[in-house]
Design a protein around this ligand. Sequence first.
Ligand SMILES: C[S@@+](CC[C@H](N)C(=O)[O-])C[C@H]1O[C@@H](n2cnc3c(N)ncnc32)[C@H](O)[C@@H]1O
Length: 220
Amino acid sequence: MSPNPFADHRAAALYESWYTSPEGRRVDSLEKKALLWTLGELGPVTSVLEVGCGTGHFTRWLGKKGMANVGLDTSMPMLEQAKLLGTDALVQGDALALPFANGAFDVVALITTLEFLAEPQKALVEGLRVARLGLLLGVMNRWSWLGISRRLTSLVRPNVYDTAHFYSVPELERLLEPLSEDVSTIAWRCTLFPRWWPSECSHLPWGGFVAMVLGKAGTG
Ligand SMILES: C[S@@+](CC[C@H](N)C(=O)[O-])C[C@H]1O[C@@H](n2cnc3c(N)ncnc32)[C@H](O)[C@@H]1O
């Protein structure tokens, strides 16, 4: 398995500052819109565990939306940043063995995390175990201009995405197939289309970011 690029203090210290750049603010706002739209498909959500919370950027945001929230990450440097930035509840742990009881949270979220996991399917099964209503996924789209340009950048300039595996929507759907008995609904939207594209968020599978929810079977 490739080493976690976010286990590094420098990468952790730089991570959050990207969200304050003009492009970072645009991306952040569009990703949050798409995540909220998909999350709405699960009905009212009161608690969320963010697996791979990093600096807690989305964990804090979900908290501001009124959800009790916990962030979990393997990387101590990322958790230290999350703490500095005011994330309240943080746990060091692994996506593949979550230290929580079955159904402990309404939703388990993995936002730009699946891409860095050696055993993504195992992490999804583990997330579904801990979730009562379902999973919220945010994934960088392999079949998008953004995904292709990030992969090309990695060829010439080493960065934290070098070891990441971006997913296309069909590839994500294939990854989810073995979970089909435990999943009642799947809903997704793409965002981060080129700036000239008329729609911010749509069902066309080539936006740079895929927001997806999986509803857990037996909860509807
Ligand atoms: C790209 S960052 C995403 C952080 C945050 N979700 C966001 O979107 O701002 C990916 C995070 O996944 C974490 N991660 C990688 N492997 C992990 C694992 N096995 N279990 C939990 N977290 C993991 C990394 O440490 C890193 O903080």
